[in-house]
Every structure is written in structure tokens, then in C-alpha cells.
Write a protein that binds this ligand. Sequence first.
Ligand code: AMP
Length: 407
Amino acid sequence: MLVLVINCGSSSVKYNLIETEGESEVCSGIVERIGAVTSIVKHQPAEGDYLKDTKVISNHSEALLEIMNYLLSPESSLISSPSDIKAVGHRVVHGGEMFKDSVLIDNVVKDAIEQAFDLAPLHNPPNLKGIQAAEERLPDVPHVAVFDTAFHHSLPAYAYLYGIPNRLYRRHKIRRYGFHGTSHYFVSRQYYKLTDKHKKDTKVITCHLGNGASIAAIRGGDSVDTSMGFTPLSGMVMGTRSGDLDPSILFYIVEKEELPLNSLHAMLNRHSGLLGLSGYASDMRDLIAEANNGDRRCQQAIDVFCYNIKKYVGSYIATLNGCDAILFTAGIGENSALIRKKSMENLDILGIEIDDERNENVKPGRIEKISSDSSRTDIYVVPTNEELVIAIDAAKIASASDQSPWV
Ligand code: AMP
């Protein structure tokens, strides 16, 4: 089934056209800087030339029109009619407590996504705009919402409740939700498939290490704990996000720096993490290059990042009472042998041992085992594919089939 996957930010629309039977991508692209003087449009067909252009695109509806026009154009010849697309899968960041699974979008679902605006003010409003714009362009096709939070719905209360007055949970739903659910789900299923392990008997820790980073403990196929919380700001130190803090620090900063409370949002989300620590960059490649040139603060940022991984992995081994596999994914997890090695150093007491040669020789885009033969815990690099999860869920729901293609 041909499925269009849409991921909308406040000024961008990313898309992937995916043929779900062969799990193959037909085309991908992005419209960026929507609403700016000029917007940037990029299309990358699987077979054919990369196309980059600048245009005036003032809203998400025009961005969707631009994408559809390209897919239908004689030069791309990717589809001959909008009806070739059989479903649209939408990435929606926050499903609140309501959505435990992907769902066919109707007015009730759109209202519920809107009700979760307060929980994810940066993400859910553009996600809903994207849904409305895509419905306008493809009115006769089923639209499906796939939530970043859904996979973590299996967290037990003792893992999702914070130590604050319980009425705040009951009144305002303040609790741990967790994010990157489609990625943690996908890489854990790839491991079960690869090793022929039955998910019921398997315990894994998934490390999604990209610009945003989160770690999850998965028992019997279900997420039982994860590092991100009420919002994607908590847990690991990330590219520009702080990760976990002592909450008192916030009051202290406001007082000492004489800052308005609302300026903390930008500081914690955009000026902290690896960027804040290093004072140089949020991008791990830049930090590694500069640390190799002797920059002490870049080295410290890398050290903090790796120590965070080690602490979460250690605590999740306790959560799971052991662990069959640790899976590294996303930009840093898939591509940096250094970060994988450093974060897994000196864990032999827990039966975790990387094989340096395997680790150094991981080929991009491949699932590779990097643990030594004597390691009691498997360690793998597993490329993530969140768009494929969204496409397959959308296809499944659109065809009203109960048959999950996943283990
Ligand atoms: P993502 O958000 O998954 O696209 O990941 C982006 C992050 O992956 C950035 O911090 C990149 O610097 C990092 N990254 C990509 N390739 C490499 C690499 N070869 N070595 C280290 N970090 C990398």
C-alpha cells in the first residue's frame, strides 16, 4: 500500500512516500521556512535526481499543495492520481493519556489532539495544522495519527508518577509520558526479528541518541520505563536540551540572573545540553572534532553525555532485573563508535562488553552486533525507521486489518 507520512513542525513539513509491502521508500522531502520571505523545498526520489528550490510558501496548506504537485508532476512521475495514495500517516507528538495506539483521525481525535496542546505547545499545534492541510489535499483518503507517546503507555504507575501532590496528576495529568515511542518500538522489534527471540521472554534497553535523546527499558515487548518525561526536555542531556535538573536550580537561576520565568523555557530547550555545556556546538560530530583539537569543554560535554547513557543503562538493568540486549540507534547511536564505546566502558561487572573491532566497523544503515563473544549482554547498532512504523500503522488501520506485521 502506498502511504504518505507527514511530520509537521511550526515552519516545516517533512514527508515520506512509502510502499508498505516492500517496506521501501519511494520519495522523501521537506518544505522548510514556511511563512518566511522564501521557503526551501527539497525532494529526494529513491530513483531520480535530488531537487532543491526556493518558493514563497506561506502556510502548511500551501506546503502540502507543493508536495502533492511534485508527486503528481510529469517530471517526477511518482503517482498519476491522488487516489494512488491509500492512506496518510501523521506523526503526532503528544497523545496525552487518551491514545494508547495509533488511530483513524476523525473530529473527536482532532479535538483530543487539540486538548493536548497544553502538554506539547511546540509540537501538537503544528501536528494538527498538518492534519488539516493534508485532509484538504487528500479528502478521500483515511488519515491516521501515530503518537510518539503511545508505546510508553505500558509504564506502571510507579514509573510514571512524580513525587508531587497527587491532585496535580489527577487535575492536570502531570506524569511521565515518554517520547520517541515509534523508534524504541521499531528497534526492539528489529532485534526480536533478527535473533528469533520471542518478545515475551526478552528484556532490552533501547538508546535513541540523536539531537533529541531518550532511553527505554522494554520488558516482554512493553515499555516499562523511559528517560523522557512530562515533556521531551527531561532525561538525558541532549543537543540543546538540558535533560534532568534539580528543580530548585530554576528558582535559583531566576533569582540570581534576574530572569523572567518564561525565559527559562528557551534556555532549557535551546541553549542548554551539549551546546550549553561546550559553549561551541550541539552537533556531536563538531564536538568530537573540537575535543580532538584539545577543547576541554567540548570533551566535558561528550563525557557528560556518555555518563548519562551509562547511568540510565545501569538503572534500567535494575528495573528489568537483567538485560538481554542494549540497542543503539539514531544519528549518534548509529554513527559514533566513540560514544558507544565510552558509554559502555567498565560495565563488565554487568556482563556488558563491546568488541572494539566490531564497533569500529559498523556499516551505515546495517544492523550490526558490536558486543564481544564473551559479553553476557548483546549490544547491537540498529538503524531506526520511525516513518516506516507510521506508514505500516497507517496502512494497517486504513485497511481495517488486525494483522500486525510486527512481532
Ligand atoms: P538525529 O537527530 O538522529 O538526526 O541525529 C543527529 C546527531 O547525530 C547529531 O548530533 C550528529 O552530529 C550526530 N551524528 C551523525 N553522524 C555522526 C557521526 N558519524 N559521529 C558522531 N555523531 C554523528
